[in-house]
Unconditional design. Structure first.
Length: 382
């Protein structure tokens, strides 16, 4: 099986999807918040594109035309999946690349203010740390148990230029009220940038409903795509105020023009001759998740995650007892040792640096038996 397009139009079940993911035959995998192993047809889509691009296009067609057609197709698939228009989507390498592109394009100077939460992944902290060295002020809003106090956030962004926060926290699996936080930022005149990498593939996503200025994400986690298949949504009006620091022929109207003009919309953030294969795989991964149904995935993840939280003592559970995602974080005395012990038992999870804990990432392709096995093996840490 090389493409979902070649399959029946009947919905794909999580059991059928699981059977097409070779890595899942080798143990209990619950680390989708870091990396989602791909089904065969996602890898095959990338491989087949490379074969066409390298074997057929140089003589039979145009390698650049083949690549650009692939980019256009994937851009349209991503846009439809996240509730955007194709011109509002830039294809990037990763969430980190998208956040950096926006951070650089904002043209922040000494004295400008960026607000973030203490829940952010390094992708949402490192770009601002670099700008701190140039005199940009970075304010960190403290949180409690994965929850953000609205009044503290509102006070922090009152005179800020940028607000950056995650839609779904990688530390606790909690959902932040994205649209509300965007509104507060906009009321203060701040640019709203959302790290949404934990959302696509496990929860519905509609960037138009969020109304953020920019949303960065990638497909190698819950979407089960390949590394290198990231994407960046940029609102059309917001894009006009951004000046990318990295410029290439894909991001300008006429590459030979002097002076050059950036492309309108998010396209200005695409640069040069990137390999389209990870993005071809991203398009296939989106088709895969769509075939299963995001609502179905969300419902099954909730049931499986709830099965795990029911077995974790309340004082050890750092995520909500009623899960808001497939990310379940558990307090143990020695997270690294616990992760190693679980790995020895054939169960893959990860440790977190802050809070120091073990995090399981449960997808719809997991089974009840696997969840019970994790709960039983984890119990020795309590």
């Amino acid at each position: 099986m090389t493409s979902l397009d070649q399959q029946t139009t009947e919905p794909l079940t999580p059991v059928e999807l699981r059977a097409d993911i070779p890595a899942l035959a080798n143990g209990v995998y619950m680390n989708y918040g870091a990396h989602g192993p791909s089904p065969r047809y996602v890898v095959d889509a990338a491989r087949e594109f490379l074969s066409t691009h390298e074997y057929d296009s140089p003589v039979g067609a145009d390698p650049y035309g083949t690549a650009f057609d692939a980019f256009d197709d994937v851009r349209a698939r991503v846009a439809a999946f996240v509730g955007a228009e194709p011109e509002e989507i830039a294809l990037t390498e990763s969430t980190t690349a998208g956040i950096n592109a926006v951070a650089d394009g904002l043209g922040l100077d000494a004295g400008d203010v960026v607000v973030r939460t203490d829940l952010e992944h390094p992708a949402g902290t490192l770009p601002w740390q670099r700008l701190e060295r140039a005199g940009v002020e970075v304010r960190v809003v403290d949180t409690t148990a994965g929850r953000l106090d609205r009044e503290a956030y509102k006070a922090a962004v009152a005179d800020a230029d940028v607000a950056c926060f995650s839609a779904l926290t990688w530390t606790h699996g909690t959902r932040l009220p994205v649209a509300e936080l965007v509104d507060i930022a906009h009321d203060a005149g701040a640019f709203a940038l959302v790290d949404a990498v934990q959302v696509p593939g496990q929860l519905p996503i509609d960037v138009s409903a969020w109304d953020a200025d920019a949303v960065a994400a990638a497909g190698h986690k819950w979407l089960l795509g390949l590394w290198g298949g990231g994407f960046l949504y940029v609102d059309g009006d917001a894009a006009e105020g951004l000046q990318p620091r990295t410029v290439g022929y894909r991001g300008v109207e006429t590459p030979t023009a002097d002076p050059f003009t950036f492309k309108p919309g998010a396209g200005r953030f695409e640069v040069g001759s990137a390999n389209p294969a990870p993005h071809v795989a991203l398009g296939e991964a989106i088709e895969t998740v769509t075939a299963v149904g995001v609502d179905h995935i969300e419902s099954r993840i909730h049931a499986l995650a709830s099965r795990l939280t029911a077995h974790v003592p309340s004082e050890r559970l750092l995520s909500p007892a009623t899960p808001e995602s497939g990310l379940v974080t558990v307090d143990v005395d020695d997270p690294a040792q616990t992760v190693d012990r679980l790995a020895d038992a054939g169960i893959v999870v990860r440790s977190l640096p802050e809070p120091p804990a073990v995090r399981a990432s449960i997808h719809a392709v997991n089974t009840e038996r696997e969840v019970d096995r994790l709960a039983d093996t984890l119990a020795a840490a309590f």
